[in-house]
Write a protein that binds this ligand. Structure first.
Ligand code: NAP
Length: 303
């Protein structure tokens, strides 16, 4: 199946291009980006022109930041194309609901991807927790914004989500693996005094569940989730790439495919089935954190 990448920047080049190149399902048939391109692939700078020139491309994968993404998605759906959305699937819940309604009306597939959910050990963790009672769960997501978003000022602009851009990855795993849903009770959001979005956050949920996100961690990435049960403690580490039970590595026998190759397998399955996968539960927690969060002002941040 032919696919086009729209918004060719950091994540498109780091992950989407190699995942498509290694896929048996997909052929990268075009790109559409104002500046970016992929060597050897027809490049467009305008979506209308690309859609008109390539009726053979039935699926587009949108890799630009969340704020501009809605208009591209709406246009592609209106043109009868299947749409794959980078995370977070939109800048607001309402626009995500609108896209889903448009996709249903047009009869096309729509996929709100959550790449961390596609990490190798997430389904194993979900299966292990399925019949357990949860006594405590904690998400720790600490990384350097300078390393992962070098010079990307959009992350600190309204709709850029600040530290929730990575934190939502932890929430996407949490919402996948817990056997019963939790909801937010309170939050503290730390805003640099010169920025519009938080650089750190602490969240408290029902079910003795909590999360801490910090973008000021310069030494190492910490992407961990720990879940206590009467039968032992499960830990997902390295963003879901490793799983431990009571501190010992646990091999659930799942093949190590990697996040983005797995997302493109899932998109191929959705397209073949004519189905929609638009789970917004991680974004609901982020929206609630902004509604319930207490604001703290911290020192200015510059790249
Ligand atoms: P990016 O490199 O800043 O942006 C990707 C591309 O989108 C840009 O190169 C630009 O291409 C296009 N773009 C930017 N602003 C636009 C606008 N206003 N209108 C139209 N096109 C625009 O961002 P990224 O790091 O790839 O992140 C993109 C998405 O992927 C985000 O939602 C992010 O959460 C997600 N993601 C990022 C990472 C990461 O490590 N960075 C990891 C996983 C997921 P042109 O200038 O060529 O049009």
């Amino acid at each position: 199946m032919k696919i086009a990448l729209i918004g060719v920047g950091k994540i498109a080049l780091d992950q989407h291009v190699p995942a498509i190149a290694g896929s048996e399902d997909w052929e990268l048939a075009a790109t559409c980006s104002r500046h970016g391109s992929v060597p050897g692939v027809p490049a467009f700078t305008d979506l209308d022109t690309m859609l008109a020139a390539h009726p053979d491309i039935e699926t587009v994968s949108l890799c630009m930041p969340p704020v501009p993404r809605f208009d591209f998605a709406a246009k592609a759906i209106a043109a009868g194309r299947n749409v794959m959305l980078e995370k977070p699937p939109g800048a607001s819940l309402a626009e995500c609901h609108a896209l889903e309604a448009m996709a249903r009306a047009a009869g096309v597939s729509l996929f709100a991807t959550w790449h961390s959910r596609a990490a190798d050990k997430v389904q194993g963790a979900k299966a292990w927790l399925q019949d357990k009672s949860i006594t405590r769960a904690h998400v720790t997501w600490r990384e350097s914004v300078r390393k992962w978003h070098p010079g990307q000022d959009w992350v600190f602009e309204p709709g850029g989500m600040g530290v929730f851009d990575p934190g939502i990855n932890g929430l996407s795993i949490l919402t996948e693996i817990l056997p019963a849903p939790v909801h937010l009770r309170s939050a503290t959001l730390a805003y640099p005094e010169n920025r519009q979005t938080p650089i750190a956050a602490r969240l408290s949920f029902t079910g003795n569940t909590s999360a801490e996100f910090d973008w000021r961690e310069e030494d190492r990435d910490v992407w961990d989730i720990e879940v206590d049960t009467p039968d032992g403690t499960l830990a997902l580490r390295d963003g879901g790439a490793r799983m431990e039970i009571d501190g010992a590595d646990h091999d659930d026998g799942q093949p190590a495919l990697g996040e983005y190759p797995r997302l493109y397998v899932q998109m191929a399955d959705l397209v073949r089935a004519g189905a929609i996968d638009m789970d917004l539960s991680p974004l609901v927690h982020v929206a609630d954190a902004h509604m319930l969060g207490r604001r703290e002002t911290v020192e200015p941040f510059d790249f």
